[in-house]
Design a protein around this ligand. Structure first.
Ligand SMILES: *Cc1c(COP(=O)(O)O)cnc(C)c1O
Length: 485
């Protein structure tokens, strides 16, 4: 253990200070607070210098792994690089200093960003209109399903309370449908990993609100029967929901609107380069085809003939309200910056390059890892563990060993269709050299699995914490220093 891995509480020394507050008296302010809200004892904070605090947080930050510190091929998550100009624009005082309750006349620039981003996303996806209000992919799913429900209700079609979800779907799909009060009907995948059209047909009747699809699906495969599926679902009166969290490979190539989808969400924190997960809040804009525009949630931004923008807060047709104000504006700014920086021409290269990188890794490694579905993938693909599993080395062991070599592990044990799933998504922002480095290490690990299986089963060896009991870590996390000692 390095000296500074010591927790800051161990460095505390009574009376040591790392701050100085203005000398003016706060007593009058304090006395105006109700007694019940006032602290009667000093907080138990470590007494340390400013430098101790700086080192503590800097060292903590280096114990973590981020896309800024190394390759992060986490399938289904699109961990692409977040260009720093996005941060600069989002931090501009003219944007960062706005208050959400300012009159519309004083925030025309921000509302313009909202409108223009909505238009850009409409152009990229082939949808008629967008709301940028939802805060995450799953939140977008809920919003989209509320729009579908509102559409059926507005037509007096009240029996449509069931939604079809493929067995390969991301877990948020059935979860969002359940939150929306819909009953989930599962449709199976066929041997090629695609939605089984024959299994779908008997499910379609007048109780079906729609189907939720991911295309390319969570195996990284393009649902080539999508036109037929769209026609079948529309014939029975249902709508098509597109889970566009995986839009990255399609950007500039294919538009879900043209495939027949009625509603979709995008994950700006995946395909549109805004920070992801612990790196920041998300955004899950929802796009709709023309016939669903009236049901978009409030608040919405509208433009009059003179180009003046205003916020509509009440609308009887709307499916409801899903955000206090208008989404995570700082995130929207970052995505808008990303799209403008790429421009119309370069945006077309995002999808093809993401697909090329994924296929390059897949083809390079299929001599060491089991490839259950042999076809051209899109932005990601799934191996089913090592080709030679005779020494008992599992996918978990491989993932842990990768950490020792400075790569983040891919997604493992998802999708649930294979027992030893490893799902790899490189994204277009990685160089060929990085992909080659990753391939080399994966080959090395496959060789180690035979020559020295123990080193894999006990990995990781070089990380700040070794292998965790993952269930206990998730169910009973220790979040306070006090619980550690
Ligand atoms: C990430 C993801 C989601 C959920 O997005 P969140 O922002 O995490 O809620 C939904 N579907 C798919 C296919 C995803 O990859």
């Amino acid at each position: 253990m390095k000296y500074y891995d010591k927790l800051i509480f161990d460095l505390s020394k009574a009376g040591r200070q790392g701050y100085s507050l203005p000398t003016r008296s706060w007593d009058a302010t304090l006395e105006s607070l109700p007694a019940g809200l006032r602290r009667s004892e000093k907080p138990e904070l470590p007494e340390v210098s400013e430098l101790d605090v700086v080192r503590h947080y800097t060292n903590l930050s280096q114990m973590n792994f981020g896309v800024d510190s190394g390759f992060y091929p986490l399938g289904s998550c699109t961990m692409k690089y977040n260009p720093k100009i996005n941060e600069e624009i989002a931090a501009m005082p003219a944007f960062a200093g706005l208050h959400p309750l300012q009159p519309a006349a004083t925030v025309q620039g921000a509302l313009r960003v909202y409108r223009e981003l909505a238009k850009a996303l409409s152009a990229i996806t082939g949808m008629a209109e967008f709301t940028l209000d939802p805060f995450a992919g799953a939140h977008g799913e809920l919003t989209g399903l509320m729009i579908i429900r509102q559409y059926h209700i507005s037509r007096g079609d009240l029996n449509r309370t069931r939604i079809i979800v493929p067995d390969s779907a991301h877990g948020t799909n059935p979860a969002s449908a359940a939150v929306c009060g819909l009953e989930i009907v599962q449709v199976k995948s066929n041997a090629n990993g695609l939605v089984d059209v024959e299994d779908l047909k008997p499910l379609l009747d007048d109780t079906i609100a729609g189907i939720m699809m991911t295309n390319p699906n969570t195996l990284g495969l393009f649902e080539k029967d999508i036109k037929e599926i769209a026609a079948l679902v529309h014939q029975c009166g249902g709508l098509l929901y597109y889970d566009g969290a995986n839009m990255n490979p399609l950007i500039g190539m294919v538009r879900p609107g043209d495939m027949g989808f009625d509603v979709l969400h995008l994950n700006l924190h995946k395909s549109f380069s805004t920070p992801h997960g612990g790196g920041g809040p998300g955004a899950g804009p929802v796009g709709v085809a023309e016939h669903l525009v009236p049901y978009l949630p409030v608040p919405k931004v509208v433009e009059d003939e003179d180009g003046l923008l205003s916020v509509v807060d009440k609308d009887g047709n709307a499916c409801g309200r899903i955000s206090g104000f208008m989404g995570n504006f700082g995130v929207l700014l970052r995505a808008y910056t990303y799209i403008l920086m790429l421009g119309k021409q370069n945006v077309k290269q995002v999808g093809p390059l993401a697909v090329l990188g994924a296929n390059y890794i897949k083809e390079s490694l299929k001599g060491c890892f089991k490839l259950p579905i042999e076809s051209v993938c899109k932005h990601e693909f799934v191996f089913d563990g090592l080709l030679d599993q005779s020494t008992g080395v599992t996918t978990l062991d491989v993932a842990k060993r990768l950490l020792d070599y400075g790569f983040h592990a891919p997604t493992i044990y998802f999708p649930l269709l294979f027992h030893q799933a490893i799902m790899i998504e490189p994204t277009e922002t990685e160089s060929k050299e990085t992909l080659d480095g990753f391939i080399e290490i994966m080959e090395h690990i496959a060789a180690e699995a035979i020559s020295d299986p123990e080193s894999l089963k006990t990995a990781p060896h070089t990380t700040p914490v070794r292998r965790l009991d993952e269930t206990t870590a998730a169910r009973q996390p220790i979040l306070r220093y006090k619980d550690l000692v």
